[in-house]
Ligand binder design. Structure first.
Ligand code: PAF
Length: 299
C-alpha cells in the first residue's frame, strides 16, 4: 500500500492508476479507524479498482472548545487496517499541506447545516465541506463513501456535490455497531468503563422510538418524550438534542408520514456521541418528504 503526504505525490499516484484504466474510490477519514471506517473501505473496494483513504484531523471543523488536540491519533494501526481492508493508498497530509496559509476560501452549505449538530457546533459543517472539497479536488474520485452514523454530514455532502456539480458519486454506508448496539465511533475510546455502559442509552432511546413507531405512534413529540425518558435513566448522560426530521432536508416534522430520520446527540460525561435511525412508514407516498419545510417551499 502506498502512503503519501504531499498533494503532488498523491496526484501523481492517482494519475498513474487512472492511466492504467482504474476507477478511483475514496474514503475520507480523520484516522483513529475502527470497523465502521473499514466497512467504508471495503465498500469502496467492491465498487472501484483503486481505493484511496485520507487520514487528516481537520482543524477547521473543530470549535475552539472541542477535542482537536486530544483527538486520537493512531497512524500506524490505521495504515495496517487500511491495507488489510483493501486500500491501495493512504493520503496523510499535515495541516501545513492542507492549509499552507490563512484559509480565506470556504465552501458552505446553508440551512441544513444550521440544524441538529450544526446548532451545537457552529462552523463545524463549513470546515467539513471545505476540507472534503479540497480532498475531492486532490483525489478526484469516481465515488466517495461516507457512514450513515454521521447522517447530517452525508446529507450536507450530498447537497454540496449535487449543487456544485461535483463529478463524484456519494455512497452512504450503514452504521456499524458494537455487539451491544453502541454505534462505532473514534470518540468511543474516550469513554471510561462506567460511561461506556451508559453510552448504550443512545441506542436504547432509538430502539424505544422504533418500538413505539412499530406499534402505531407517529407523533414526533410523543416519540421524543419517550426517548428523553429512556436517557434520563442514565445519570452520566446529558441530551444535546433529539430531532425527528425529514431525511432529505432535515426539517423537524410533527407526524411521521414519510421516510424520517431520528437523530440524537448525547454527552456521556464529556464525550459527545451521536446516533440515528431511519423510520419508514409502510404506507403513503415518499414524494412529499419535506412538505412541512418552509424554506423548501420557497425554492
Ligand atoms: O467524518 C469524518 O471523519 C470527517 O468529518 C471527514 C469527512 C473526514 C472530514 O474531515
Amino acid at each position: 500500500m502506498i502512503i503519501t503526504n504531499s498533494i503532488d505525490d498523491t496526484r501523481k499516484q492517482i494519475a498513474a492508476a487512472r492511466r492504467a484504466g482504474k476507477t478511483i474510490g475514496f474514503v475520507p477519514t480523520m484516522g483513529a479507524l475502527h470497523e465502521g471506517h473499514f466497512s467504508l473501505i471495503r465498500a469502496a473496494r467492491q465498487k472501484c479498482d483503486f481505493v484511496v483513504v485520507s487520514i487528516f484531523v481537520n482543524p477547521t471543523q473543530f470549535g475552539p472548545a472541542e477535542d482537536l488536540d486530544k483527538y486520537p491519533r493512531t497512524f500506524s494501526q490505521d495504515c495496517q487496517g487500511c491495507s488489510l481492508n483493501g486500500a491501495d493508498m493512504v493520503f496523510a497530509p499535515d495541516s501545513q499541506v492542507m492549509y499552507p496559509d490563512e484559509n480565506l476560501t470556504w465552501v458552505n452549505v446553508e440551512n441544513i447545516t444550521d440544524r441538529l449538530c450544526g446548532a451545537s457546533r457552529p462552523g463545524h459543517f463549513r470546515g467539513v465541506t471545505t476540507v472534503v472539497t479540497k480532498l475531492f479536488n486532490i483525489v478526484q474520485p469516481d465515488i466517495a463513501c461516507f457512514g450513515q452514523k454521521d447522517a447530517q454530514q452525508v446529507s450536507v455532502i450530498e447537497t454540496m456535490v449535487r449543487q456544485l456539480n461535483m463529478p463524484v458519486t456519494i455512497i452512504r454506508c450503514p452504521i456499524v455497531r458494537e455487539p451491544d448496539g453502541l454505534a462505532m465511533s473514534s470518540r468511543n475510546r474516550y469513554l471510561e468503563p462506567a460511561e461506556r455502559q451508559q453510552a448504550l442509552c443512545l441506542r436504547l432511546a432509538l430502539d424505544k422510538a422504533a418500538e413505539l413507531f412499530a406499534a402505531g405512534c407517529t407523533e414526533a413529540a410523543t416519540l421524543i418524550t419517550a426517548m428523553e425518558n429512556v436517557i434520563r435513566q442514565y445519570p452520566l448522560a446529558r441530551i444535546d438534542y433529539i430531532a425527528i426530521v425529514d431525511d432529505q432536508l432535515l426539517c423537524p416534522i410533527e407526524k411521521i408520514e414519510t421516510q424520517t430520520l431520528i437523530a440524537l446527540a448525547v454527552f456521556i460525561g464529556k464525550t459527545r456521541l451521536i446516533d440515528n435511525t431511519t423510520l419508514t412508514p409502510p404506507y403513503g407516498p415518499y414524494a412529499h418528504a419535506g412538505e412541512t419545510c418552509q424554506w423548501r417551499q420557497l425554492r
